[in-house]
Design a protein around this ligand. Structure first.
Ligand SMILES: *Cc1c(COP(=O)(O)O)cnc(C)c1O
Length: 410
């Protein structure tokens, strides 16, 4: 996907627009599956990162399963033709009713608290469930995206193992999987392996396991020279530990992961047009035709998205703050060196595959952008730009007259 291709896409589909490179998604999947040489590897793509049905179909065709956090995501997976046995449902804080709905759809249930575990086990002891354990390990430095530590709302604390085992025994339920998802960024493989040891120890308590699921947290690069998770190194080391565990356990289990970002982040570019260049005494602002309604990660998590001017790539670089059109502070990047920007130029934001469109909203009553899949040198529209009807569709309109008097309808 060259800058020229991207420009042609902005030209054809308008701006702003999301573009995903199918080839990059495929190569990330292959890199991940080659890194873990185990008897059975299950990759469940985390649907919440990017939930377009065409993307789910692409991943399904590679043999990838799905990780879902809502009944709606399970239904999207089924809509994409994914076999329910390849869908794992890993919610947090949802109702027993929703879990029961997902059971009916046939997905693998993963439970992350003792209260629901006990209720579920009492009502459906015959349905095997996976349990989400919190090993209390801080993986990654940003507390906003680490979920394994002591104050986290995620998972059943490893210290509650005795209570957990009592529930399993009393209800007669079957535990077929054990799971952890420590946080979003594995930078230190040692920390991850340490957490894996805790999970292996916990796993020995359950005799009917089919799989061990290590969640995700694979870090992808955002800036040039950024460190990323060394997937090959992690693969080699974890595979060794996993083999050793399976020998002790007495049976070959499946090794599972749930990557979101790793599979789709780098595949995505977000293209926006520069509406205005505004020079203040201290800064040159480039105002684009989008805002945190379409790409909230920089403002929400402080995430870095590399920005390039694809309309004028060879020009001299200057410093800019790239800001949105929302009536709030929405800065995509401050003090960025970018090839000279002119009004009307198209800027490309990198790492826009994961948590970008899927976190978009209609704030300021703007339309959500279209999505395009770049496949073998050709652009395919996989979601249309919204229209005014999308903004009004679900509104039930009341009428008023004479300073606030309701007009009764019959
Ligand atoms: C969000 C999530 C993932 C995916 O995380 P990434 O950082 O995108 O790879 C995996 N598992 C669970 C349970 C999640 O909530």
């Amino acid at each position: 996907m060259t800058q020229k291709d991207l420009l042609a896409i902005a030209d054809e589909f308008g701006s702003p627009v999301y573009v995903y490179d199918a080839e990059k998604i495929i190569s990330q999947y292959k890199r991940l599956t080659s890194a873990f040489k185990v008897n059975e590897l299950r990759i469940h793509y985390a649907v919440k990162a990017l939930s377009n049905i065409s993307i789910l179909k692409l991943l399904n065709s590679l043999g990838c399963g799905l990780d879902t956090v809502s009944v709606q995501e399970v239904r999207l997976g089924l809509e994409a033709g994914v076999d329910p046995s390849k869908i794992i449902y890993t919610p947090n804080g949802v109702s027993l009713e929703e879990i029961e709905e997902v059971v009916k759809l046939g997905a693998q249930i993963n439970i992350d608290n003792l209260s629901i575990l006990e209720q579920f086990g009492s009502r459906h002891p015959e349905i095997p469930v996976c349990i989400r354990i919190n090993p209390h390990v801080m993986a990654g430095g940003n507390s906003k995206i680490s979920v394994g530590h002591i104050d986290s709302k995620f998972g059943i604390s490893i210290h509650q193992m005795p209570h957990l085992l009592r529930i399993v025994e009393n209800t007669g339920m079957h535990i077929n999987g054990i799971h952890m998802h420590t946080g979003s960024d594995i930078l230190d493989i040692g920390v991850f392996l340490y957490a894996s040891e805790i999970l292996f120890e916990a796993a020995k308590n359950f005799k009917e396991l089919e799989f061990i699921d290590f969640g995700s947290g694979f870090k992808v690069p955002y800036r040039e020279g950024d460190i990323e998770t060394d997937i090959e190194d992690l693969g080699a080391q974890l595979t060794k530990k996993f083999d050793k565990f399976c020998k002790e356990y007495g049976r070959e289990l499946a090794l599972a992961f749930e990557p979101g970002k790793y599979l789709v982040s780098e595949a995505g570019k977000f293209l926006a047009k520069v509406n205005v260049i505004k020079q203040t005494t201290s800064t040159v602002f480039a105002g684009v035709d989008t805002g945190f309604n379409h790409l909230i990660r920089p403002m929400f998590y402080g995430s870095h998205h590399h920005i390039e001017n694809i309309s004028n790539p060879d020009a001299k670089k200057r410093f800019y703050s790239v800001v949105g059109y929302i009536c709030e502070t929405d800065t995509f990047g401050s003090n960025r060196q970018i090839a000279e920007i002119r009004e009307g130029d198209i800027l490309s934001f990198s790492n826009a595959g994961a948590y970008s469109f899927s976190m978009a909203s209609n704030f300021n009553s703007r339309y959500r952008p279209p999505e395009v899949l770049w496949y073998k040198g050709k652009a395919h529209l996989i979601r249309e730009r919204e229209t005014f009807e999308d903004l009004t569709r679900h509104q039930v309109v009341m009428d008023f007259e004479d300073s606030g008097k309701l007009v009764e309808k019959n």
